[in-house]
Design a protein around this ligand. Structure first.
Ligand code: AMP
Ligand code: MG
Length: 321
């Protein structure tokens, strides 16, 4: 049963707001928290009822594991074993938009549903000051998938969270708009111990090359079929057409770069991929609100463009019933 909330509490990121959010989490409630990537729907990762509530509030399929947010490397090492490659990446990119999949310790204490029963866990230390403050105050690991109904566009503002989950969660912590705007990059290791990209995200493969000595390849894990990896995800209500150099018919046109002067929205008029990532979901929300079909201009397949195009392809993919 989904707990009914007459009202989702709106909290600010003052010590009082953080303290209230932590109290809710300790009692098994759910709080949408700002992170630098997107808003996360946080619950106590050790509390099975809280984790069940996350899956219920989102309508998320149970076989899809959640990312566990931790206060730092020490907290991560209490839960899982990080090999030298994972440690090097954590040292370099944490706090930040990088999630590491690592083997769980025997006495990890996490609710089994967090990892969908897998022997591994996905871990991240967020950089957003409000997320860090909440993790510090709460004093434990927080499971936090994106704070939106499963399959829909991810939230990068408190208003997006409320549009999707108002009345279904206890509170939202208002930290303004998320600066990175796309979810974290998820890194796993292959049989030979090399890092592989399980999901493109806020840290590009090129950014990891200096630390790793090679550019990690992308892979589709056969064993994990999770929402972030399903063909149709991040989906607006309208149809989405990609690589549209000009709009057709009634389409609302999302441009990228200076050549798209006539666009209804522009991900970045100056062609900056970081700006485009930060604006992506907000513009998809606004374009969808027009009720018209959506056309999107080409976005270069490099750097953060990999994550942007990944999300756009899933937004455009045919929906399952
Ligand atoms: P999100 O929906 O943004 O919270 O991202 C969660 C994603 O993390 C899932 O869709 C999986 O792709 C990935 N993930 C979480 N846990 C694991 C794991 N143990 N092994 C591999 N991927 C994982
Ligand atoms: Mg999501």
């Amino acid at each position: 049963m989904l707990p009914e909330h007459d009202q989702t509490e709106q909290l600010d990121t003052t010590p009082k707001g953080i303290s209230r959010a932590s109290t809710i989490l300790h009692s098994g409630g759910l709080v949408a928290m700002p992170t630098e990537t997107v808003y996360g729907l946080a619950g106590d990762a050790r509390n099975p009822a809280a984790i069940a509530a996350i899956f219920a509030a989102k309508g998320r399929p149970a076989h899809n594991p959640l990312i566990v947010h931790v206060a730092g490397l020490d907290a991560a090492l209490e839960l899982a074993q990080l090999d030298p490659t994972a440690r090097a990446l954590a040292c370099h990119f944490w706090p930040g938009a990088l999630t590491l999949v690592a083997p769980l310790h025997a006495a990890h204490g996490l609710a089994p549903a967090v990892t969908a029963g897998l022997g591994t866990v996905a871990l991240r230390m967020p950089a957003h000051p409000a997320a860090q403050a909440l993790l510090a105050e709460f004093g434990g690991p927080l499971a936090a998938p994106s704070a939106n109904p499963s399959g829909q566009i991810s939230p990068t503002t408190p208003a997006h969270v409320m549009a999707g989950l108002s009345g279904r969660i206890a509170a939202v912590l208002d930290g303004g708009a998320c600066p990175v705007g796309v979810e974290s990059t998820i890194i796993g290791t292959d049989d030979t111990g090399r890092a592989v990209v399980l999901r493109a995200g806020g840290i590009s493969p090129e950014m990891m090359a200096d630390v790793l000595g090679y550019t990690p390849a992308s892979t589709q894990s056969a064993t994990i079929t999770a929402p972030g990896q399903l063909a149709s995800h991040y989906a607006p209500r309208a149809t989405v057409r990609l690589n549209a150099a000009v709009p057709a018919g009634t389409e609302v046109w999302i441009g990228f770069g200076p050549d798209c002067a006539g666009a209804d929205f522009n991900l970045s008029a100056k062609g900056d991929l970081a700006e485009a990532a930060a604006q992506l979901f907000a513009i998809l929300h606004m374009a969808d609100a027009t009720g018209r079909p959506i056309a999107v201009a080409p976005v270069p397949e490099r750097g953060l463009g990999l994550a942007i195009n990944d999300r756009l392809r899933r937004a455009a993919a045919p929906r399952e019933a």
